[in-house]
Design a protein around this ligand. Structure first.
Ligand SMILES: Cc1cc2nc3c(=O)[nH]c(=O)nc-3n(C[C@H](O)[C@H](O)[C@H](O)COP(=O)(O)O)c2cc1C
Length: 196
């Protein structure tokens, strides 16, 4: 069944060997279970945007490049987003900030949830991204799970040995976040804070 609402689960890192995609897939599995919303992975490594190369500021929507028009159409096709990202040096991965900066109206007003990860949950990355999303007039959920990662969760190929077990304590928060995302979608004028 096709859901009337599509939610993009953005894979917010693009290193050749990375754990973000596995975590995004785990989030998607929990989010999709029993949900009327249609969650889809949006992998920034596959989108492969260059560094922002539009001559005009994105807020004007006057895009010169085909890669920007493709990214614009994809982002427009989603009703909301879950951004899954690691913390890089107390901040956000450049690939994600770049992908956000490429567009403007396409993000505006849409609900956004964050799932960060790092040894201490990636809270500093979350704080920075929340401000950027405010600048883009997105509506952030009140719950934004911050997952603690440890090296012993991974095998030698950087695959999670048992991702379900590793992050089981965070699954209720992911479900709570998805409920808040659905509530924001159902009420187009509510801010995330109003639903806290
Ligand atoms: C450039 C870079 C900066 C990092 N900075 C942090 C950090 O500030 N805090 C933290 O807990 N982990 C940090 N790490 C470790 C990451 O959490 C870990 O490498 C994780 O696998 C990154 O996600 P990825 O594999 O999807 O790129 C950093 C890793 C990289 C590559």
């Amino acid at each position: 069944m096709n859901s009337p609402h599509r939610i993009g689960v953005v894979v917010g890192s693009n290193r050749p060997i990375r754990i973000c995609k596995q975590i995004a897939q785990w989030v998607l599995g929990i989010a999709q279970n029993g949900s009327a919303l249609g969650y889809e992975l949006v992998d920034l490594a596959e989108i492969a945007l260059p560094f922002l190369d539009e001559p005009a500021i994105p807020a004007l929507g006057n895009y010169q490049h085909e890669h920007t028009r493709r990214w614009s159409a994809l982002v427009r096709s989603f009703d909301g987003f879950v951004f899954v990202l690691p913390q890089y040096n107390w901040g956000d991965p450049a690939v994600l900030k770049n992908a956000l900066d490429f567009l403007y109206d396409e993000w505006s007003g849409k609900p956004a949830a964050l799932v960060t990860f790092g040894t201490r949950g990636g809270l500093r990355a979350a704080e920075q991204l929340k401000i950027v999303l405010q600048g883009l007039h997105m509506r952030n959920t009140a719950t934004n799970p911050a997952l603690n990662t440890r090296p012993d969760m991974l095998d030698e190929a950087a695959r999670f040995i048992d991702i379900g077990a590793a992050f089981a304590p965070f699954a209720p928060a992911v479900r709570q976040m998805c409920g808040e995302l659905a509530a924001l979608l159902a009420d187009p004028v509510a801010s995330g804070e109003a639903l806290q």
